[in-house]
Design a protein around this ligand. Structure first.
Ligand code: ATP
Ligand code: MG
Length: 509
């Protein structure tokens, strides 16, 4: 029935081959089937129903399947998508894969089954499945772990106080970023990723920082301080050794240190002020000891001379020396007052003890005090006009300012010069002006005029410490006013103080 070529194939096939007739009776099996199903010889199978090879519980079903197949035979796998098992002679079962085909012999349908034992494959598949499941579980576990770590990292970074954290690659492209500053600026971490960190640097610092960044990629830690728009930042950088990844990366931490830096600067400033104050005091002491000498020797010589005029008729000589003594004492008190004022101003302890001042009385007092210090033949021309005759101010400070200007006017003009003294109040301002016709201030030195210890070159023989105008200016500033001047060498100088009247009509605190 089968020519020997096919017989050979049939007999030697590695697959189990079985031919059954329409009613399911086994008509042919090859040795592989005998072996697969644990029989001794094919005779044990021939003539048996095919169901002998099928697990007991499925046999009935199989008869139906078989009938259907016979009615509509095709070539196909059996039990697609099902795990088929077969039964050995000893009743044990094993997994199989079965393909069905058919042919006709003498007009009778024959079904041929190709049977492969897939025990090994199923075992391997099961193992693979088990491995896969384990692997998947491991992956899930790791992912959860990484997610938790990421979350932690993100939350650290997000809440990183006063700063930002960046991870950059070796081209300084931001791969990761977060921090309270970023959030403060209304940026999101995502909006920075992919941008160059260099773009975040202020233009003026860019090149210097880029040099630092290069070092970072070469494996060094770096630190850089920078100031941008009045804010101070420190950038710390550390190389990241992520050996898993061939690309080099770095961690950059940007900190806003503005408040610390401000505190530092303030401290430095205070220290400098302190130093300056000390320097000023010692400078003042050496100057004062020099400046004290002249008035003191005047006082001693005048006092000695007075002793030599005992007669009643010598009153006028005595008075001349008494005037000299008075002027010298005024000079000494002036120097001491200046020093005290300066000390108070420098240490921030200058306070205004405001009280109502009647300007008619006030100018009267100034006039009297001026007479004591003026040179003998100098004349004060006054011009007072008061829309408000009572103002609120510290009388000592205001007098100090006026007398400083008046004493300069007499000191720096000739014995018989006029001096104009103006004071007025209007709806808008308080103004006082002192004009002299004396030596004037050289143009090239005028810009220094209000600096401490400044004295112009043309005052060589005239006494002074160079503190008066500095003090006046600072007091006037504190009163919210201004001081200006005009001066021409050898023709005279005019100083003007203006203070908004509103500042002087305030009720007393
Ligand atoms: P003191 O501290 O005793 O007043 P001083 O008069 O030298 O000393 P300031 O009153 O501060 O100091 O004046 C500073 C300098 O300005 C003076 O040394 C002088 O060179 C110049 N100066 C001030 N007022 C006049 C003026 N009216 N005429 C010419 N020069 C003046
Ligand atoms: Mg002066």
């Amino acid at each position: 029935m089968m020519d020997s070529k096919y017989k050979q194939i049939f007999e030697n096939s590695k697959e189990g081959l079985l031919v059954a007739n329409k009613s399911g009776t086994i008509e042919m099996v090859n040795p592989q089937v005998v072996k697969l199903f644990g029989y001794q010889s094919k005779e044990e199978l021939l003539g048996q129903k095919i169901e002998i090879l099928i697990p007991h519980e499925l046999r009935k079903h199989h008869v139906n399947h078989r009938d259907n197949y016979s009615k509509n035979p095709t070539s196909r796998s059996m039990g697609i998508g099902k795990n088929l098992s077969a039964v050995r002679k000893d009743g044990s079962s094993f997994p199989v894969e079965v393909s069905l085909s058919h042919f006709k012999e003498n007009d009778e349908l024959k079904v041929i089954a190709f049977i492969v034992d897939i025990t090994e494959r199923v075992k391997i598949e099961a193992e693979v499945l088990k491995l896969n499941t384990e692997l998947e579980r491991e992956v899930q576990f790791r992912t959860a772990e990484i997610n938790a770590q990421n979350k932690l990292l993100r939350s650290i970074a997000e809440n990183f106080p006063n700063g930002n954290i960046y991870v950059v690659n070796d081209n300084f492209i931001i791969e990761w970023a977060d921090g309270s500053l970023i959030r403060e600026m209304g940026l999101t971490d995502q909006s920075l990723i992919g941008l160059s960190f260099k773009n975040r640097l202020p233009e003026k610092d860019k090149n210097a920082i880029i040099i630092e960044l290069e070092k970072l990629i070469a494996g060094q830690s770096i630190r850089y301080d920078l100031t941008d728009k009045n804010r101070h930042f420190t950038i710390h950088g550390v190389p990241l050794d992520l050996s898993l990844n061939a690309n080099k990366r770095a961690l950059l931490v940007e900190l806003d240190v503005t408040s610390q830096r401000k505190a530092e600067l303030e401290m430095q400033d205070n220290l400098n002020k302190e130093k300056e104050l000390n320097e000023m005091k010692s400078r003042f002491v050496s100057m004062a000891s020099h400046e004290f000498r002249t008035p003191l020797s005047t006082i001693i010589s005048s006092a000695t001379i007075i002793g030599k005029y005992p007669e009643a008729t010598q009153q006028s000589q005595r008075e001349k020396h008494i005037e000299r003594i008075k002027r010298s004492v005024f000079n000494l008190t002036g120097i001491l007052n200046d020093f005290l004022s300066l000390d108070k101003l420098e240490s921030g302890a200058a306070t205004f003890k405001n009280q109502p001042i009647n300007l008619y009385d006030f100018t009267q007092e100034l006039n009297e005090e001026f007479s004591a210090i003026k040179k003998e033949n100098q004349t004060l021309i006054t011009d007072f006009k008061f829309e408000f005759d009572t103002i609120n101010c510290d009388p000592i400070i205001l007098k100090n300012c006026c007398l400083n200007l008046l004493s300069n006017a007499t000191k720096y003009s000739k014995d018989d010069d006029f001096i104009d003294f103006t004071m007025y109040t209007s709806k808008t301002e308080f103004l006082t002006q002192v004009k002299d016709y004396g030596i004037g201030i050289p143009k090239d030195e005028q810009k220094e005029l209000f600096s401490r210890f400044f004295r112009a070159k043309n005052v060589t023989n005239i006494q002074g410490t160079g503190l008066g105008l500095n003090i006046v200016k600072r007091y006037v500033d504190l009163m919210g006013g201004s001081i200006t001047f005009e001066s021409e060498v050898n023709s005279g100088t005019t100083f003007t103080i203006r203070i908004p009247i509103a500042n002087m009509l305030k009720p007393i605190e």
